[in-house]
Ligand binder design. Structure first.
Ligand SMILES: [Zn+2]
Ligand SMILES: [Zn+2]
Length: 413
């Protein structure tokens, strides 16, 4: 940006009163071109700011109101900046023509409105329309765009469908701030399938009647995770080794034992904090890393499933679902939780394992506490008071353990 500033300083230092006509004219050509390139760059940044929701951090409900409040831009101009930002991302030929100075910002806006009306048809016709925009006045272009739309309406629906299908795309990538971004465009059929699946889970959650502080957007995110887990759980998927766990964690034992606060690594999505690692390590594939001092690895173990399949099946048979008081989530929604964490010496045996749904597993690691006392499960609120009768009481833990003698106990990993 300092290059930009010094270029402007150079312009400012120029004594225009002494410039010959030719120089004034060529300067103006250059300035006009630079202005259009800057328009494109501004639009790109506005689109990214809108995508990230930066404006919300300043308390504005939209990027448009943010532009008005923050920079004093007239509302009508702000609306145009935002429209251009959203549109140019999908209008490669238009953006290039604007950058090269062959079309004006006003023409680009006109093309953007044509695209908004019908993105698929616009994509097919973009080059022709950009060519028209480079030779016609804005008034003439408006007439040309109207005519194009009348003609485009006659285009066959099949062709549009094929175009849309071709445009399908999905990106799933870890971001620098430790999240995973999902971003894409789905063809109508796939999109509908995704919407239906997400909505079904959201309906199940809302119907369960339990107080739910999650926003609809958070619920959709949870639903997507749940659907993927269910798929990985399903026995008929065409992949070998379809058994759990689906998440593999590389842990440093000192951290897991709470003797150090280093971060643990998930396979693809990066680092997580030590408490989240303790929760995941209840029921994940774990690659153990023993370190000495700060970071010197002494031993890197093989990846091992913390809860062996046979033991998991036994826990599922015994518990039948989440054992948190009042919860009726079936096993498919559940993780196996260690009452005493294996990192603290707890055994991976039936007596020390309890089925908890993802939500309650998180709660128990987070603020609530769970203990096994006299073969019964006791759940406590953050203030220490016990939660009323657990469905756990159907089957006292110890009673089942006696029946489960063939199962080996395992110290994981
Ligand atoms: Zn756990
Ligand atoms: Zn539950």
């Amino acid at each position: 940006m300092s290059g930009l500033r010094s270029a402007i300083d150079e312009l400012r230092a120029h004594d225009v009163g002494r410039s010959p006509d030719r120089e004034l004219e060529s300067d103006l050509v250059e300035i006009e071109r630079a202005t259009r390139s800057l328009e494109v760059e501004r639009a790109r940044r506005i689109a990214e700011i809108e995508r990230r929701g930066v404006y919300a951090g300043d308390g504005y409900p939209s990027v448009t109101s943010w532009l008005v409040g923050r920079f004093g831009i007239a509302p009508s101009a702000a609306v145009q900046h935002v429209r251009l930002g959203r549109s140019l991302e999908h209008m490669t030929a238009t953006r290039r023509a604007l950058e090269e100075g062959t079309i004006s910002p006003a023409a680009a806006l006109l093309l953007a409105s044509a695209r908004e009306a019908d993105p698929d048809r616009f994509e097919i016709a973009e080059r022709t329309l950009v060519d028209a925009a480079s030779s016609l006045s804005v008034r003439e272009l408006r007439i040309a765009v109207d005519r194009w739309r009348q003609l485009a309406d006659a285009m066959s629906g099949d062709e549009i469908d094929a175009r849309r299908f071709h445009r399908r795309t999905l990106h799933v990538s870890p971001t620098l701030d430790g999240m995973v971004r999902v971003d894409g465009d789905l063809d109508p059929e796939t999109g509908q399938t995704v919407i239906t699946a997400l909505r079904t889970l959201q309906d199940v959650w809302s119907r369960s009647g339990a107080a739910d502080a999650r926003t609809p957007a958070q619920m959709r995110a949870d639903a997507l995770g749940e659907i993927c887990r269910r798929y990985l759980d399903s026995s008929d998927r065409q992949v070998v080794a379809g058994e759990r766990p689906h998440v593999t964690l590389t842990v440093d034992l000192e951290t897991l034992e709470r003797r150090a606060g280093r971060r643990c690594e998930l396979e693809d999505s990066g680092g997580i904090g030590s408490e989240a690692a303790r929760r995941l390590a209840c029921d994940a594939g774990v690659t153990r890393v023993i370190t000495r001092g700060e970071s010197q690895p002494l031993d890197v173990g093989r990846r091992t499933a913390v809860v062996p399949t046979a033991i998991r099946r036994a826990v599922v048979v015994r518990d039948g679902g989440c054992r948190f008081p009042g919860c009726d989530r079936p096993p498919g929604w559940c993780d196996v939780h260690h009452a005493v964490h294996w990192a603290d010496g707890g055994e991976t045996s039936l007596a020390n394992l309890v089925l908890l749904c993802r939500r309650h597993h998180r709660l128990v690691h987070d603020r609530f506490r769970m203990q096994v006392a006299d073969g019964r499960l006791v759940f406590r609120r953050p203030d220490g008071t016990p939660l009323g009768p657990a469905p756990a009481d159907r089957t006292p833990v110890e009673a089942v353990r006696a029946d489960a003698t063939p199962l080996a106990t395992a110290r994981a990993p």
